[in-house]
Design a protein around this ligand. Structure first.
Ligand SMILES: Cc1cc2nc3c(=O)[nH]c(=O)nc-3n(C[C@H](O)[C@H](O)[C@H](O)COP(=O)(O)O)c2cc1C
Length: 126
């Protein structure tokens, strides 16, 4: 399961899904990844150090077998006016890109590949 962060939160559907499928999730190997742009920063780019992994752990008692965090993408051209201004402001505060035409993908795809390999190595016994 993967979920992105918008304005400091996961969508409620993430936790609704976990609760609705808890018995199944607990019976089989499972994985969770979080996508956010805070993870572009060294020191906030691992499950142990990213605040949104902490948030996930606070919001649910489900313990996935594998957890990962990936930096996502900013594409100001696609956001609505106020979203664009708000995110540019947050980026200004945190030394990120603020140019209006910014489209920046921060994802470390090799890290994604390694996570995918950990998943494909899971023993699916069900
Ligand atoms: C409206 C909006 C709000 C966001 N808020 C945050 C945030 O609070 N913290 C953060 O680290 N990233 C934030 N992001 C960055 C997203 O996590 C990142 O762009 C991700 O790739 C979005 O994936 P999605 O479009 O599938 O939701 C925000 C992005 C958008 C579009």
């Amino acid at each position: 399961m993967g979920a992105s962060i918008r304005y400091g939160k996961y969508r409620p559907a993430v936790f609704d899904f976990i609760e609705a499928n808890r018995l199944v999730l607990e019976r089989m190997p499972s994985a969770f990844f979080s996508v956010n742009v805070v993870a572009r920063k060294r020191g906030k780019d691992t499950p142990a150090t990213n605040p949104y992994i902490r948030l996930f752990e606070r919001k649910t008692t489900w313990t996935p077998s594998e957890v990962a965090v990936f930096a996502g993408k900013l594409d100001y051209r696609r956001y609505r006016f106020w979203d664009r201004q708000a995110i540019r402001f947050i980026m200004w505060l945190t030394n990120g890109p603020t140019a209006r035409a910014t489209c920046a993908e921060f994802t470390d795809w090799q890290e994604v590949e390694r996570f995918a390999q950990r998943i494909s190595a899971m023993e699916l016994t069900d």
